[in-house]
Design a protein around this ligand. Sequence first.
Ligand code: NAD
Length: 369
Amino acid sequence: MHLAFNYQALPMRVSFGAGTVAKLGEELDLLGLRRALVLCSPEQDDLGSYIADALGALTVGLLAEARMHVPRDVAERARDLASRLGADCCVAVGGGSAIGLGKAIALEHGLPLVAVPTTYAGSEMTPVWGLTENGRKRTGRDARVLPRSVLYDAELTVSLPTDISAVSGINALAHAVEGLYAPDRSPIVSLMAEEGSRALASALPRVVADGHDLTARSEAQYGAWLCGAVLGATTMSLHHKLCHTLGGALDLPHAQTHTVVLPYALAYNASAAPEALAALSRAFGGTDDPAQTLWDLAGSLGAPRGLRDLGMSETDIPRVVALAVESPYANPREVTAEGIEALLFAAWRGEPPTDTQVGRTARMPGPLR
Ligand code: NAD
């Protein structure tokens, strides 16, 4: 066990439970907020309107324009609207796109953000923002963008299609996997990561079997909360770096890319992260090969397993390798161009992760600094 650590608790409130969104007005009152701008994606316009109506006099407007990766023009429109309406806070309802838009406003105007997440992506638990301009996404950490309060209401996730639920849940699992071998991990974060992984691995098959199973939806959301908290508390490594690169350079879909890459990234790091492997083995019911278990889980959920299924061409691999090794970052196993190339070829084909060179050529650790 890693027994030298720093842990900084993030200052936010979390309310959890089916039907919790009914208490959103009380929550705004508690925080002294009176003029909310409600944000959502165009597809969640109905939910955004419902929330805006339910808030009554506490709402000053609704903007249903959130898009993946927070395009700068959308962020600027949202910031202008918040100023014009004299909003004193934003309520973001939806997935990482809606919450990301609220963060973009908070970053510029310091407006407090209240999040009502309806996917499992985890942005609501982090002080990390992102903004995209001219095809490049910039990200950063800033305490101002951390939501003041998060309301998790599993009833709002029932409408999330089961195929999106599956990949969104594995996106959450990726935060836990990398949190378990993060350079700044700590015992409390590792407990959250292990329990979050257990909850998601248990709940996702039931969510996919019946998207209206509120018990399964609650357990999946509980796991997503824990995994999001891990993301907010630690530094991510190879897996997140690769997914960020694949999303930025090739515009591959966010959660699906995480789903495909995760088993291979874990297989790559496995030999250098024994504590993480042991925790994941416990979380996944005693498996001796958590990378293979993740690959099996994705298959059993009907999720895509190869990058080629997401529209990536094999000829893109060298460019992604070059971008992925361009600057150093913390990772338990040394990141080499040939290692990443083998990983990406295996992930592109979608073959079992431990049948490939990803696992077999594992070298002993040499963390990049
Ligand atoms: P998203 O918010 O775009 O949602 C994915 C899809 O699900 C969308 O089509 C959306 O309309 C739909 N959807 C959401 N909730 C629904 C519901 N209840 N019912 C029906 N459909 C619903 O994507 P996401 O995967 O939640 O988030 C991805 C984005 O968030 C990316 O831009 C990613 O970079 C960012 N992100 C940021 C952080 C961070 O810490 N800053 C963490 C995770 C993700």
